[in-house]
Design a protein around this ligand. Sequence first.
Ligand code: CTP
Ligand code: MG
Length: 541
Amino acid sequence: FVLNTIHCKCIVNIKRLKRESDIMRYSNLAGAEILKDYQTFAQMIKFRQTEAKKSVIIKISEISHIEHLKKFCEYYAKIVNVFPYNTIDNNRFVLMECNSNKDVEALREIAVCKADPEYAHCVTPFFLYKPRLKLYTNQNTVYKDNYGYHSNFGTPNLNKINQSLKKIQSVSNQMIFLYDTLRITELNTRLRFYTATQISYYLSQLFINLSVVPFGSSVNGFGQIGCDLDLLCKTNISSNDTAGWKKFLFMTQVVPLTDRIEQKHFLDLIGTIIKTCMPGITDVKKILEARVPIIKFRNLSTNMQCDLSSTDMTALHMSELLYLYGQLDWRVKPLVFTIRKWARSMNLTKENPGQWITNFSLTLLILFYLQTKHILPSLTSMKIFSNKSNTIDNFDWFLKWKNSVSNNDESLSKLLCEFFEYYCFFDFKTHALCLRDGITKLKRDASPLYIYNPFNPSLNVSKNVTISELLRLVGHFQRALQIMLNSTEQDTLVKLINFDSNSTINNEFNKKNKSVSISEKFIPNVTDTNNLQKIEKNIIK
Ligand code: CTP
Ligand code: MG
């Protein structure tokens, strides 16, 4: 079966296409997205950055102004897409994509830019729109929403999710629904790239060699609505940088900053520039003493909570690796989204980092499990990361893997159940996960949970997890497994993501089911706990 699209020309396995059509059934945009999904990470980033550079954000006072605003802008520029939205503080904006950079320039020419506080952040490339004529004065006029008005910044309401889940028969389809409901929307992706491009734009006015790129869950395919925007500020020089004498060259070296003190100084300065010079930015906090120094801030017009760091490129490579894993098999994303949602409902993951497992480590647990099922390849078997220079080769390799017939055809529901089972019996006491080789290995130290960093085997990604958090995690794996084994198809997911110690579902569940006793030998014992806590304290010191 040959599929021809604007994005690519590739041979697709009919069986796989059929499964992917399951996703399409539950998703408005999925058809387009699946085709786009065949882009490499670099192609996707480039595509989104170009799109962001061709976009402007316009503040409007009334939603009913959109139609008029579009007509007004079309007089000066060619408009391709219009996305109205409101932020949580109830400000109304429109993200407008133009046909080219020239169109953006034309709109910037006509932008309102005053020193009035009301217009405080109305400088390019963001501006405010107020029609001179009051066009829609009639209060009874019902605005016809042709564009779909978005306020998709909050996490979807759990009650609504539950009601919808109850209407879907199979657990596998419920998981696809959950993925479709929770993942970042098209508008949200655009706003993330717009935010990064906007900061890059301002910094580039001062320095010739600074740029800002998004990484983490905003770009790796596993981002949920409302997740933070991780930004990486990097130093680089391209051959086009000619305006050198007018601007500063940040640092003399172009290599990423590896020294922590240098990183702190660098971020300290960037943080001050963001706070004092950039419009539309608020709540700037410099967290420079953390293991990874960051600047936290909120962008008012895009409503993004940002974490800007200057870590080396590993974090970006990690995002690329996760992105690729998410593309290799259609089941990866629905499985990851379901388990992440479950973990959040159980309070196993939290909004702030701490002694508990992070979404990132949890995702690695899932990806490793899928490696053991031969659904995903190990890192070493992917030539792609040993030779990062040639993207065309990467793309060929990717298509070859994607079209190779996998022996594993298990349903999402079965994979979910077996995931819980796998980690119920995992020997956390002595063994570590190694995604690089796709096998378990001995731990290198006494950390309760040990996941080798795929790009730096001397580091443990989940070093922060304490023994009590690991025990809690395993306890919840056991409970989840019980729920899956004891519930009807229709009830399973609702029970899983609503499990809370006071709920009726939980009490009924406890009455009916005896606790699964998993052999103690797999989990570090209490004596170890004391030792481990001592070791952890020493490490922190
Ligand atoms: N990262 C890493 N090593 C770690 C932690 C994080 O390389 N020990 C990188 C990963 O690329 C990760 C990114 O930093 O995706 C951002 O980390 P974090 O915000 O903790 O995770 P996200 O994947 O963005 O998930 P979330 O939605 O919870 O923010
Ligand atoms: Mg993140």
